[in-house]
Design a protein around this ligand. Structure first.
Ligand code: SF4
Length: 228
Protein backbone atom coordinates (compact mmCIF):
# COMPACT_ATOMS: atom_id res chain seq x y z
CA UNK A 1 0.00 0.00 0.00
CA UNK A 2 2.79 2.47 0.89
CA UNK A 3 4.18 2.50 -2.65
CA UNK A 4 0.86 3.26 -4.31
CA UNK A 5 0.55 6.49 -6.21
CA UNK A 6 -2.04 9.08 -5.12
CA UNK A 7 -4.11 8.24 -8.20
CA UNK A 8 -4.31 4.61 -7.05
CA UNK A 9 -5.48 5.60 -3.58
CA UNK A 10 -8.07 8.07 -4.84
CA UNK A 11 -9.42 5.40 -7.21
CA UNK A 12 -9.49 2.83 -4.41
CA UNK A 13 -11.34 5.29 -2.19
CA UNK A 14 -13.93 6.24 -4.81
CA UNK A 15 -14.43 2.59 -5.82
CA UNK A 16 -14.81 1.47 -2.20
CA UNK A 17 -17.32 4.05 -0.99
CA UNK A 18 -20.37 5.67 -2.55
CA UNK A 19 -20.66 8.00 0.41
CA UNK A 20 -17.29 9.72 0.33
CA UNK A 21 -16.07 13.31 -0.01
CA UNK A 22 -12.83 15.22 -0.42
CA UNK A 23 -11.84 17.72 2.23
CA UNK A 24 -10.52 20.83 0.49
CA UNK A 25 -8.68 23.38 2.59
CA UNK A 26 -8.17 25.96 -0.09
CA UNK A 27 -4.49 25.12 -0.37
CA UNK A 28 -2.43 22.67 -2.42
CA UNK A 29 -4.68 19.69 -1.74
CA UNK A 30 -6.55 20.78 -4.86
CA UNK A 31 -4.42 18.03 -6.42
CA UNK A 32 -6.92 15.56 -4.94
CA UNK A 33 -9.80 17.28 -6.69
CA UNK A 34 -7.91 17.24 -9.98
CA UNK A 35 -7.16 13.53 -9.66
CA UNK A 36 -10.71 12.67 -8.60
CA UNK A 37 -12.30 14.69 -11.41
CA UNK A 38 -10.23 12.66 -13.88
CA UNK A 39 -11.65 9.47 -12.41
CA UNK A 40 -15.29 10.25 -11.68
CA UNK A 41 -18.06 12.68 -12.56
CA UNK A 42 -19.81 13.15 -9.25
CA UNK A 43 -16.99 14.23 -6.98
CA UNK A 44 -18.15 15.49 -3.61
CA UNK A 45 -16.04 18.20 -2.02
CA UNK A 46 -16.43 20.10 1.23
CA UNK A 47 -14.47 22.86 2.87
CA UNK A 48 -14.57 24.22 6.39
CA UNK A 49 -15.63 27.84 6.30
CA UNK A 50 -14.41 28.99 9.67
CA UNK A 51 -15.36 32.58 8.95
CA UNK A 52 -11.69 33.52 9.40
CA UNK A 53 -10.21 32.54 6.03
CA UNK A 54 -8.24 34.96 3.88
CA UNK A 55 -10.22 36.74 1.13
CA UNK A 56 -7.80 35.08 -1.30
CA UNK A 57 -8.85 31.66 -0.02
CA UNK A 58 -12.54 32.38 -0.49
CA UNK A 59 -11.81 33.63 -4.01
CA UNK A 60 -9.75 30.53 -4.66
CA UNK A 61 -12.51 28.19 -3.50
CA UNK A 62 -14.82 29.85 -6.02
CA UNK A 63 -12.18 29.55 -8.71
CA UNK A 64 -11.85 25.80 -8.08
CA UNK A 65 -15.62 25.45 -8.10
CA UNK A 66 -15.82 27.10 -11.53
CA UNK A 67 -12.70 25.46 -12.98
CA UNK A 68 -13.86 21.90 -12.27
CA UNK A 69 -17.59 22.55 -12.53
CA UNK A 70 -18.18 20.97 -9.13
CA UNK A 71 -20.20 21.82 -6.07
CA UNK A 72 -18.20 22.67 -2.97
CA UNK A 73 -20.09 22.39 0.29
CA UNK A 74 -19.00 25.00 2.82
CA UNK A 75 -19.37 23.84 6.40
CA UNK A 76 -20.09 26.66 8.84
CA UNK A 77 -19.87 26.65 12.63
CA UNK A 78 -23.04 26.33 14.67
CA UNK A 79 -24.12 29.96 15.07
CA UNK A 80 -25.25 29.62 18.69
CA UNK A 81 -22.05 27.92 19.76
CA UNK A 82 -19.95 30.44 17.87
CA UNK A 83 -21.81 33.41 19.31
CA UNK A 84 -21.40 32.04 22.81
CA UNK A 85 -17.70 31.40 22.29
CA UNK A 86 -16.98 34.84 20.83
CA UNK A 87 -19.07 36.51 23.52
CA UNK A 88 -17.02 34.82 26.24
CA UNK A 89 -13.56 34.71 24.70
CA UNK A 90 -13.48 37.34 21.95
CA UNK A 91 -11.99 37.00 18.50
CA UNK A 92 -8.34 36.32 19.33
CA UNK A 93 -8.33 34.10 22.40
CA UNK A 94 -6.11 31.55 20.61
CA UNK A 95 -3.07 33.79 20.97
CA UNK A 96 -3.44 33.68 24.74
CA UNK A 97 -4.63 30.17 25.53
CA UNK A 98 -4.12 28.05 22.42
CA UNK A 99 -6.04 27.33 19.25
CA UNK A 100 -7.92 24.22 20.37
CA UNK A 101 -11.03 25.94 21.72
CA UNK A 102 -11.60 28.12 18.67
CA UNK A 103 -10.82 25.25 16.28
CA UNK A 104 -13.25 23.05 18.20
CA UNK A 105 -16.10 25.45 17.48
CA UNK A 106 -15.14 26.61 14.01
CA UNK A 107 -13.73 23.34 12.59
CA UNK A 108 -14.16 20.18 14.62
CA UNK A 109 -17.85 20.41 15.44
CA UNK A 110 -18.93 21.11 11.84
CA UNK A 111 -16.60 18.39 10.58
CA UNK A 112 -17.87 15.86 13.11
CA UNK A 113 -21.43 16.60 12.09
CA UNK A 114 -20.55 16.23 8.41
CA UNK A 115 -18.59 13.00 8.84
CA UNK A 116 -21.51 11.47 10.72
CA UNK A 117 -23.22 11.33 7.33
CA UNK A 118 -20.18 10.09 5.36
CA UNK A 119 -18.50 6.69 5.29
CA UNK A 120 -15.13 8.03 4.24
CA UNK A 121 -13.21 11.20 3.49
CA UNK A 122 -10.12 12.05 1.51
CA UNK A 123 -7.54 14.48 2.88
CA UNK A 124 -4.36 16.13 1.66
CA UNK A 125 -2.17 15.14 4.59
CA UNK A 126 1.49 14.38 3.87
CA UNK A 127 4.08 12.78 6.11
CA UNK A 128 6.61 15.54 5.53
CA UNK A 129 4.26 18.34 6.55
CA UNK A 130 4.72 18.09 10.28
CA UNK A 131 6.13 15.97 13.13
CA UNK A 132 2.51 15.06 13.89
CA UNK A 133 2.10 13.57 10.40
CA UNK A 134 5.29 11.55 10.00
CA UNK A 135 3.42 8.22 10.31
CA UNK A 136 0.31 9.08 8.32
CA UNK A 137 -0.76 6.05 6.24
CA UNK A 138 -2.51 6.25 2.89
CA UNK A 139 -5.60 4.62 4.39
CA UNK A 140 -6.75 4.36 7.99
CA UNK A 141 -9.76 4.00 10.21
CA UNK A 142 -10.43 7.49 11.50
CA UNK A 143 -10.74 6.72 15.17
CA UNK A 144 -11.20 10.41 15.98
CA UNK A 145 -14.53 10.51 14.14
CA UNK A 146 -15.71 6.89 14.13
CA UNK A 147 -18.25 5.74 16.68
CA UNK A 148 -19.25 2.28 17.84
CA UNK A 149 -22.10 2.41 15.34
CA UNK A 150 -20.37 4.15 12.45
CA UNK A 151 -16.89 3.64 11.03
CA UNK A 152 -15.30 6.50 9.15
CA UNK A 153 -12.39 5.67 6.85
CA UNK A 154 -9.82 8.32 6.04
CA UNK A 155 -7.71 8.25 2.88
CA UNK A 156 -4.49 10.27 2.64
CA UNK A 157 -3.43 9.74 -0.98
CA UNK A 158 -0.61 12.29 -0.80
CA UNK A 159 0.91 10.79 2.36
CA UNK A 160 4.12 9.73 0.65
CA UNK A 161 4.50 12.73 -1.61
CA UNK A 162 6.78 15.65 -0.87
CA UNK A 163 5.78 19.27 -1.27
CA UNK A 164 7.95 19.35 -4.40
CA UNK A 165 5.97 16.49 -5.94
CA UNK A 166 2.69 18.24 -5.17
CA UNK A 167 3.90 21.44 -6.83
CA UNK A 168 5.29 19.53 -9.79
CA UNK A 169 1.83 18.04 -10.29
CA UNK A 170 0.19 21.47 -9.98
CA UNK A 171 2.50 23.00 -12.57
CA UNK A 172 2.51 20.10 -15.02
CA UNK A 173 -1.28 19.85 -14.98
CA UNK A 174 -1.96 23.58 -14.86
CA UNK A 175 -3.98 23.17 -11.68
CA UNK A 176 -5.29 26.41 -10.12
CA UNK A 177 -3.69 27.38 -6.81
CA UNK A 178 -4.23 29.89 -4.04
CA UNK A 179 -2.43 33.14 -4.89
CA UNK A 180 -1.24 33.39 -1.28
CA UNK A 181 1.36 30.78 -2.22
CA UNK A 182 3.04 33.45 -4.36
CA UNK A 183 3.29 35.73 -1.31
CA UNK A 184 5.33 33.41 0.89
CA UNK A 185 2.44 31.51 2.40
CA UNK A 186 3.01 27.80 2.31
CA UNK A 187 0.55 25.92 4.49
CA UNK A 188 -2.62 28.03 4.48
CA UNK A 189 -5.26 27.99 7.20
CA UNK A 190 -7.23 30.75 8.90
CA UNK A 191 -5.99 34.31 8.40
CA UNK A 192 -5.16 35.10 12.08
CA UNK A 193 -3.32 31.78 12.49
CA UNK A 194 -1.31 31.74 9.27
CA UNK A 195 1.64 33.84 8.25
CA UNK A 196 4.12 33.91 5.41
CA UNK A 197 7.43 32.11 5.94
CA UNK A 198 10.94 32.46 4.58
CA UNK A 199 12.31 29.84 2.16
CA UNK A 200 14.46 28.08 4.78
CA UNK A 201 11.59 27.53 7.22
CA UNK A 202 9.52 24.36 7.45
CA UNK A 203 6.24 24.66 5.55
CA UNK A 204 4.07 24.47 8.68
CA UNK A 205 6.15 27.09 10.51
CA UNK A 206 3.62 29.73 9.52
CA UNK A 207 0.73 27.95 11.24
CA UNK A 208 0.07 28.67 14.95
CA UNK A 209 3.66 29.89 15.11
CA UNK A 210 3.34 30.72 18.79
CA UNK A 211 2.72 27.05 19.69
CA UNK A 212 4.97 24.01 19.94
CA UNK A 213 5.32 22.05 16.68
CA UNK A 214 4.29 18.64 18.02
CA UNK A 215 0.87 20.04 19.01
CA UNK A 216 0.09 21.69 15.69
CA UNK A 217 -3.07 19.87 14.75
CA UNK A 218 -6.40 21.65 14.81
CA UNK A 219 -8.31 18.49 15.65
CA UNK A 220 -9.23 17.54 12.09
CA UNK A 221 -6.32 15.17 12.26
CA UNK A 222 -6.06 14.84 16.02
CA UNK A 223 -5.71 11.11 15.51
CA UNK A 224 -2.09 11.93 14.59
CA UNK A 225 -1.38 13.55 17.95
CA UNK A 226 -3.14 10.84 19.90
CA UNK A 227 -1.31 8.05 18.13
CA UNK A 228 2.18 9.53 18.11
S1 SF4 B 1 -7.11 28.11 12.86
FE1 SF4 B 1 -7.24 29.90 14.28
S2 SF4 B 1 -9.02 31.14 13.65
FE2 SF4 B 1 -9.13 29.14 12.60
S3 SF4 B 1 -10.49 27.95 13.87
FE3 SF4 B 1 -8.40 27.47 14.56
S4 SF4 B 1 -7.87 28.95 16.20
FE4 SF4 B 1 -9.76 29.66 15.15
Amino acid sequence: MSTNQPQDIVKLALDSHDNIAISFSGAEDVVLIDIACNLAEDVRVFSLDTGRLHPETYQYIEKVRDYYGIEIELLSPNSQDLNQFVKQKGLYSFYADGHQECCAVRKIAPLRQHLADLDAWITGQRKDQSPTRSDVPQQQKDTAFSTTAHTVTKYNPLANWSAAQVWQYIRENDVPYNKLHDQGYNSIGCEPCTRAISPHQHERAGRWWWEESTKKECGLHMINVVET
